[in-house]
Ligand binder design. Structure first.
Ligand code: PEP
Ligand code: MN
Length: 353
């Protein structure tokens, strides 16, 4: 970290900056220029906010040289984080596909969709039971009943299940039912929630906030990692820009940028990124080509009657066709789609044939 003093800053002001740096366990190195001094702070600077120095008398500017996050950074952990999730790994050569409806609406809807995506080649099932809706009058999700249906779908299909949590109380309930806790875009900077999922040992799928920078996403992941939960997946889901032709703007750049800054697996959600099922396939293929470690895709057994996000949901048939294309793209870039957890024929369908 470099502290640039104002021209003509007094010796006493320089000494106060040095004292503030040393008080935080760092060492200070002064470079005396012509009429202006620069002080380098060396040590664990990620733990020091720049403003505690910027506020001192005589300071012109404080610049970070190293990143403000540590546990999420590739400098701290040079190799890719690879971790297992029931039947496949994420973060390595394999690319898992997590698919399913936006919301769990009923047992039939979820089990039908789960069976169809399983046969089409999905590795994990997504489905929201606690839904973050813009309108308080819109369908809010089935709550714990929805989580129980997700757990039933896991038993029937062998696929691990992913569901969103929006509050600390919901984390306590959801860990009993799901394999992965999703923190949605709207809660990316809900710091008490990040701490709560960091206290669990359940993997976390952390979505990028609607207007969050890549650095803010990594700082959010740092909360979870600092809590002692190392299994965090980052998910680009489109950001808000001036463009209105699509629901959000896919930041494909985020994939290689996150992969270079961090060792954590990086997923892409082409459904929320585009908002229209017609564009989901193109963006999903682009994401795999760009190095994504996984995809999160909304699929509904009857999109026309979905209670949330129907316009961006693929039918199971369209999803199956897309999986075939993704397999080819993965192979073209030296990767492969994650293998299915158990042979389809071995799955018992509880009458949902
Ligand atoms: C979702 O996955 O259904 C969802 C609400 O996503 P996001 O938080 O990215 O909007
Ligand atoms: Mn959705």
């Amino acid at each position: 970290m470099m502290v640039i003093m104002q021209p003509g800053a007094s010796r006493q002001q320089v000494e106060e900056v040095i004292a503030a740096i040393e008080a935080r366990g760092l060492s200070a190195h002064v470079i005396e220029g012509v009429g202006q001094s620069v002080i380098g702070a060396v040590g664990e600077t990620h733990a020091i906010p720049t403003d505690v120095l910027a506020v001192l008398e005589g300071v012109e500017n404080v610049t970070r040289i190293s990143q403000p996050y540590k546990l999420a950074s590739r400098t701290f952990h040079p190799s890719d984080s690879v971790f297992p999730l029931d039947g496949f790994t994420i973060g390595g050569r394999e690319i898992p596909i997590i698919a399913g409806p936006c919301s769990v609406e009923s047992r039939d809807q979820l089990l039908d969709t789960a069976r169809a995506i399983r046969e089409a080649g999905a590795n994990a099932l997504r489905g929201g039971a606690y839904k973050p809706r813009t309108s308080p009058y819109a369908f809010q999700g089935l709550g714990e009943e929805g989580l129980a249906i997700m757990a039933e779908a896991r038993e029937l299909t062998g696929m691990p299940v992913v569901a969103e949590v929006m509050s600390i109380a919901q984390v306590e309930v959801a860990v009993k039912y799901v394999d992965v806790l999703q923190v949605g875009a709207r809660n990316m900077q809900n710091f008490p929630l990040l701490r709560a999922v960091g206290e669990t040992r359940t993997p976390v799928l952390l979505k990028r906030g609607i207007s969050a920078s890549i650095e803010e996403l990594l700082m959010a992941s740092e909360y979870i990692l600092a809590g002692g939960n190392p299994r965090v997946m980052l998910c680009e889901r489109g950001i808000r820009t001036f463009e209105t032709a699509t629901r959000n703007t896919t930041d494909i750049n985020a994939i290689p940028v996150l992969k270079s800054l961090s060792h954590l697996p990086v997923l892409l959600d082409p459904s929320h990124a585009t908002g229209h099922w017609e564009y989901v396939g193109a963006v999903a293929r682009a994401a795999v080509a760009a190095g994504a470690d996984g995809l999160l895709i909304e699929v509904h057994n009857d999109p026309a009657h979905a209670l949330s996000d129907g316009p961006q949901s693929l039918t199971p048939q369209r999803f199956a066709a897309l999986v075939g294309q993704l397999r080819a793209v993965a192979e073209a870039v030296g990767r492969q789609l994650a293998p299915l957890p158990v042979p389809v024929a071995a799955v018992a369908w509880d009458g949902h044939a």
